[in-house]
Design a protein around this ligand. Structure first.
Ligand SMILES: Nc1ncnc2c1ncn2[C@@H]1O[C@H](COP(=O)(O)OP(=O)(O)OP(=O)(O)O)[C@@H](O)[C@H]1O
Ligand SMILES: [Mg+2]
Length: 197
């Protein structure tokens, strides 16, 4: 399955969530970020490349993490939209992020792929709900998930795929493990949207 994480907005959690999802299902993680998560398994595509390299587009299981850039959409985003099974757009709850998310959905819609939104990095459940209502008012019904502020992503970006795949309940990691399990329930829903059994 090919999963595309994208948004015209930067800093919304694309790389964090995409990398963790890839680690969960053991997919290849591919990014157009110049600064990638420090992990041997992460693949970076040079910004000047307009297409996804052929070796990659023939790979069956990929998570693409493609920042789109608001003034000029990276052509790799359009390419990925055509070959993916599901699109995931993370957003924060502030008005600028929400507007960028609406714009990104409207752009991605043309490819006719299932789209999910993740309200990410919130601390106040009321703000999360307001963001959800705003998105539904502007976009109609679509799957919207929510991920709270967590130190898990920082930990994974430091310690990599190995750490998250071998997280254990001792050493004070009980809370992080609970967070991981909550995230995995969302990842399962995304895989289902993409057509997994
Ligand atoms: N749920 C969260 N809880 C805490 N911190 C988070 C969360 N999501 C993202 N962050 C932090 O926010 C920052 C931006 O996240 P990330 O790099 O994943 O976003 P991005 O959309 O890939 O950004 P860019 O557009 O720059 O590539 C990172 O420092 C990350 O650790
Ligand atoms: Mg990123």
């Amino acid at each position: 399955m090919i999963i595309l994480f994208t948004s015209v907005k930067g800093g919304v959690g694309k790389s964090s969530i995409a990398f963790n999802l890839a680690a969960y299902v053991n997919y290849t993680y591919v990014t157009n970020d110049i600064v990638a998560i420090d992990d041997d398994t992460a693949i970076q595509i040079e910004p000047k490349k307009r297409r996804i390299p052929v070796q990659l587009s023939s790979e069956p299981d990929i998570v693409f993490d493609f920042g789109a850039m608001s003034t000029q959409i990276d052509p790799k985003v359009s390419h990925a939209l055509n070959i993916c099974d599901v699109v995931v757009i993370p957003t924060m709850t502030d008005p600028r992020s929400l507007q960028a998310t609406i714009d990104t959905v409207n752009f991605a819609k043309e490819a006719n792929k299932p789209i999910a939104i993740i309200i990410n990095n919130f601390t106040n459940p009321k703000k999360c709900n307001q963001a959800r209502q705003h998105l539904i008012r502007n976009l109609g019904r679509l799957p919207i998930f929510a991920i709270r502020y967590t130190t898990l992503f920082e930990r994974v970006s430091r310690d990599g795929r190995d750490w998250i795949q071998n997280i254990h309940n001792d050493n004070g990691e009980h809370q992080l493990n609970k967070t991981r399990i909550a995230h995995e329930a969302i990842y399962d829903e995304i895989l289902r949207l993409g057509g997994a059994e």
